[in-house]
Design a protein around this ligand. Structure first.
Ligand code: AP5
Ligand code: MG
Length: 215
């Protein structure tokens, strides 16, 4: 299976991608996680990326496509893309690279969430700085408050979850997503998911759509 998840910041792409991968034995490729790992390295490239990510701006397409190509093309298993593609040039470049390898994308799921629910999700998100696991103080709490279940590390708030940056990320999303939705709608294999329900209910909807699609 080769699946891509689209949707606004905070819509639950990372949370559901992890569950999809567990259910079907797929690899989770989250563009934001990959970028944050480079950023955290403190290298000159990481410093450069910080200027984009921490200000809610998209990283340039050429760099992003090459970074994802390096992560995608070596894979022998199926995968779930989370956060990529995010612009029409990225979507086209992804189609080309997968087509050249005879492994086209099989399903695109577009997460739609009402804005009030999104705001609550941002306000309570906490992440593990070591393994990047995602939690929420109310809807997805760790076993011990403030501590990652897997790593035992102290959970942090993402640098780009400050309210003014969140606002910028949502505007960026609104400005770039329509052409991608049109592109995948035209190609087919495009399904919309109402991702406003609880995490477990969204998982049921998502897994059901995937099973039906691949039946
Ligand atoms: P990225 O890391 O991809 O961020 P994003 O797309 O803005 O999405 P988020 O990770 O914020 O949200 P999510 O949908 O994964 O939701 P989550 O599962 O965490 O990108 C960050 C930055 O990197 C970009 O701004 C850009 O600078 C750069 N970048 C990345 N990809 C790029 C690209 N392709 N091109 C250019 N630049 C790129 O859930 C959110 C919270 O809600 C969590 O706390 C979770 O526990 C909770 N939650 C989840 N689902 C539910 C539910 N159903 N009910 C209640 N709570 C829920
Ligand atoms: Mg995410």
């Amino acid at each position: 299976m080769r699946i891509a998840l689209l949707g606004p910041p905070g819509s639950g792409k990372g949370t559901q991608a992890q569950r999809i991968c567990e259910a079907f034995g797929l690899v989770h490729l989250a563009s934001g996680d990959i970028l944050r790992a480079v950023k955290a390295s403190g290298s000159p490239l990481g410093q450069k990326l910080r200027e984009f990510i921490d200000n809610g701006l998209l990283v340039p397409d050429d760099f992003m496509v090459e970074l994802m190509r390096q992560n995608i093309l070596g894979l022998s298993r199926g995968f779930v893309l989370d956060g990529f593609p995010r612009t029409l040039p990225q979507a086209r470049a992804l189609s080309r690279m997968l087509f050249e390898n005879d492994r086209p994308l099989m399903l695109v799921l577009n997460f739609v969430v009402d804005p009030e629910a999104l705001a609550r999700r941002f306000a309570g998100r906490r992440v593990c700085p070591v393994c990047q696991a995602v939690y929420h103080v109310d809807s997805q709490p760790p076993r011990v408050a403030g501590i990652c279940d897997k790593e035992g590390a102290k959970l942090i708030i993402r640098d780009d979850d400050r309210p003014e940056v969140v606002q910028k990320r949502i505007v960026t999303f609104q400005q770039t997503m329509a052409p991608i939705v049109a592109y995948y709608t035209q190609l087919g294999n495009f399904k919309t998911i109402d991702a406003s329900a609880t995490i477990d209910d969204v998982t049921k909807i998502v897994l059901d759509k995937i099973r039906r699609h691949f039946e």
